[in-house]
Design a protein around this ligand. Structure first.
Ligand code: TTP
Length: 206
């Protein structure tokens, strides 16, 4: 893919790389940023997604500071948060966390917030949070047990991945599907093109 401007994706998420590639954009460099993702006391999920996406982008900016190879680069970062009401669900690493999350999501609507942060070559910081509403069917004990055995919940916000088996749990979705997977493509490309990034440069080779 031919890309004129350089894009640093401050992420270690293969989903985000794939989503960008789907939209014909290839990151010149991947920089996974290990920041503290613990929510603050009574922090709103939207505020958490905003704070963490900005934190990842700022951490990447600090890491490339003074490196002339990255002087003209754009930096993009995102963070996805799943919530039921104001309750923030964890990014599940343990099976019991995933089990609790799935019991909570069963037969209900929840929201998925993805914060997107773009730092431009002149170091302007642009930020958006996109919100998608998702309704799950009522999950049976067998659904939950077998989903837990699949391992597809591991490392995912809210204990599920819509792009896998859990896509079959979704009764209704209002908003952006790619936002749930981890990077809202329409809004991200709008942000990039609004800041002078040529989003079409790689389309012929995508
Ligand atoms: C709800 C949902 C989340 N997810 C993923 C997207 C994110 O990778 C992850 C949420 O964790 P994040 O902290 O947003 O991202 P991450 O730690 O995986 O990657 P990064 O290096 O960019 O910080 O959950 C799905 O893949 N599918 C889904 O349906």
């Amino acid at each position: 893919m031919a890309q004129t401007e350089k894009l640093i994706l401050a992420s270690g998420s293969p989903r985000r790389v794939e989503l960008l590639a789907q939209a014909g954009i290839e990151a010149a460099r991947l920089m996974p940023m290990d920041i503290d993702e613990t929510p603050k006391r009574s922090e709103h999920p939207r505020s958490l997604a905003r704070r963490l996406s900005t934190g990842k982008a700022q951490a990447a900016l600090a890491a490339i500071k003074g490196d002339p190879a990255h002087a003209g680069s754009y930096i993009l970062a995102a963070d996805t948060v799943v919530s039921v009401g104001r309750r923030i669900l964890p990014k599940t690493e343990m099976v019991d966390e995933a089990s609790s999350a799935l019991h909570l999501l069963s037969g209900r609507s929840h929201r998925v917030f993805t914060g997107v942060c773009l730092i431009t070559p002149d170091r302007t910081v642009r930020q958006k949070v996109i919100d998608t509403k998702v309704r799950f069917k009522r999950l049976s004990t067998t659904d939950i047990e077998n989903y837990l055995a699949s391992g597809q919940w591991r490392g995912k916000a809210g204990g599920y991945a819509i792009q896998g088996i859990a896509g079959s749990f979704v009764v209704k979705l209002v908003g952006s599907y790619t936002n749930v997977v981890g990077l809202p493509l329409y809004e991200t490309l709008t942000l990039l093109s609004g800041e002078g990034f040529d989003v079409h440069a790689g389309w012929a080779d995508a």
